[in-house]
Design a protein around this ligand. Structure first.
Ligand SMILES: Cc1ncc(COP(=O)(O)O)c(C=O)c1O
Length: 386
């Protein structure tokens, strides 16, 4: 019998894609499924960005590019970070990746040894736990409590620090709860990391997707020069999920290691995608405002609707485009309830447990959908629980 590697048996996938496959199976059988499982904006990439991508292809920007990213985009990212985060990283700190996700993967590969402990939020984006497990490191989960609006409590982090703690992963605005960490909390977390000499990876993929609150980064403390890593990307707020484009701001020593990972794994991020990314950063930003105005309206509809269903209660999220309703009063597990909604109401959602054990008793809805579909889903679910 041929043996595959131990690490490959520990890495795991994402429930969103599994539920999507199940939903598509039902659709093939003629069911009308309403999709709330996949985390991507329901708007298309803005025309100016598409045009810049096409222009780049026509200009033959279709060859290999530097592994770390083209200098024109890295310059644009430098200006962007200065404008949005309040510090100007050196060019050597900036690494371009095909989407934010490889940034998580390669930065964790650069930081962790087997046996190291990684602190992250529970529930949280599954990639953090999956890569931790793959590397033989140990995940130390900090529960996000509904009573605290699903925000991580820095005191809880302090309590979990041991001499093996190597990394804290933070994500704000957060997937799956939509919580946004406050300025004080972010500063406290950055201070803790400094005091105990721990790395921070800050996943800021929803940085421009807040409702009436401001996004803060823990990387401001050391300007990503010592221990912090800023990850952001174009997927969500420029509706560019399929283009695959993200960036990292890291300590220079780490950027050099990352470059070797990129050379070995991907060679480079698609050249024309990077040119489209420049237009995204320097072009008209009105799209984001328009999208967020639509999201606010959808958020308010879905929160109101979910709160009107017997057994459901739902907080209003401060960022991203997810709601995380509490379904404990339905007396069902998250898994059972998600299956029930899919099979009986044709509404595809994720069980909270897809994001960690702390998600038990919750569901995640992505409200990147039409208002009509939101209203219809609420009606269908309501009927089931009447
Ligand atoms: C918290 C978080 N990080 C990273 C990603 C992945 O981003 P990308 O598509 O740019 O790789 C997602 C996508 O859902 C996410 O929710």
């Amino acid at each position: 019998m041929m043996q595959l590697s131990d690490g490959s048996s520990r890495i795991y996938g994402e429930a969103a894609f599994e539920i999507l496959a199940k939903a598509q199976e039902l659709e093939k059988q003629g069911e009308k499924i309403l999709h709330f499982e996949i985390g991507e904006p329901d708007m298309d990439t803005p025309a100016n960005i598409v045009k810049a991508g096409i222009k780049a292809i026509k200009e033959k920007k279709t060859h290999y590019a530097p592994s770390i990213g083209i200098v024109e985009l890295r310059n644009a990212v430098q200006n962007e970070v200065e404008k949005t985060r309040g510090y100007r990283p050196d060019l050597e700190q900036i690494v371009i990746t095909p989407g934010l996700k490889p940034g998580i993967f390669f930065s964790m590969l650069s930081i962790l040894n087997p046996g190291d402990e990684v602190i992250y939020q529970d529930p949280s984006y599954p990639t953090y736990g999956s890569v931790t497990a793959y590397l033989g490191a140990k995940g130390v989960l900090i529960p996000l409590l509904e009573e605290n609006d699903f925000r991580i409590n820095p005191d809880d982090i302090k309590k979990k620090i041991s001499n093996k703690t190597k990394l804290i992963v933070i994500n704000s605005p957060q997937n799956p709860t939509g919580s946004v960490i406050t300025k004080n909390e972010i500063s406290e977390i950055a201070e803790i990391a400094e005091k105990f000499n721990i790395f921070i990876i800050s996943d800021e993929i929803y940085s421009k997707m807040t409702y009436g609150t401001t996004h803060y980064t823990p990387t401001l403390r050391d300007e990503a020069k010592e221990r912090t890593v800023l990850l952001d990307g174009f997927s969500k707020y420029y509706a560019m999920t399929g283009w695959r484009l993200g960036y990292m701001i890291t300590p220079v020593k780490m950027a050099m290691r990352l470059q070797n990972f990129l050379v070995s794994a991907i060679s480079c991020t698609a050249s024309f995608t990077q040119w489209a990314g420049i237009e995204a950063l320097i072009g008209d930003q009105a799209f984001i405002k328009k999208m967020m105005n639509r999201f606010i309206m959808k958020r308010d509809r879905i929160v109101k609707g979910l709160n009107s269903i017997s057994g459901f209660s739902c907080l209003s999220p401060k960022g991203a485009f997810y709601v995380f309703p509490n379904i404990k009063n339905t007396k069902m597990t998250s898994e059972k309830c998600a299956n029930y909604l899919l099979n009986k109401a044709g509404v595809a959602v994720l069980p909270g447990t897809a994001f960690g054990p702390g998600g038990e008793g919750y569901l995640r809805f992505s409200y990147a959908n039409t208002v009509e579909n939101i209203e219809e889903a609420i009606e269908r679910i309501k009927k089931l629980f009447e």
